[in-house]
Ligand binder design. Sequence first.
Ligand code: AMP
Length: 190
Amino acid sequence: MLNLVLFGPPGAGKGTQSAFLVEEYDLVHLSTGDIFRSNIKGQTELGQLAQSYMNQGQLVPDGVTINMLEAEVDKHPNAKGFIFDGFPRTTAQAEALDVFLNGRQAPVSGMLALEVPEEELKTRLTLRAATSGRPDDADPGVVQKRIDVYNAETAPVAAYYKNQGKYHGIDGVGSLEEITVRLKSAIDSL
Ligand code: AMP
């Protein structure tokens, strides 16, 4: 099984690149942000809980997020593998994912970390706000908060995978095609 963690700060291109990789490797794409947004749209209890955190650029609590992610994985018993996009975002989530996937004899194959400078992220998110319809892209204060939360809580997850020899840094600046080529060459060497 090919289980990829696609990692990077907000605006790094995780969602865009996931769309290419899902096709190429026949994987199931699980974006925790997308799942939360669809719960908000459907006005579920989970959506109501997540919304207050998301609108402020904060992380949804680990317990809720981990339970949701595990339930989503279990909906795809015949998957060839998964792309985890936007998860894990804390070391506790990374540990929980290891326990869960190792228990299924399907460990994380590798982390692909898109590396993009902070100024470029802010430019991209401001541009994206025009089309994404996401309130958390439209407010510069919330964008900054998301980047700060990334640096404080999420960036340490890279070290977790480095310790396991599973970290692969990818230059996330360039054309979409160039970045896809870089990702594919990293995946093909896993
Ligand atoms: P994203 O679509 O990945 O940019 O995520 C949008 C928002 O959803 C984040 O700012 C968080 O509030 C929430 N979120 C998404 N994934 C996670 C996660 N793994 N842990 C906690 N909160 C998350």
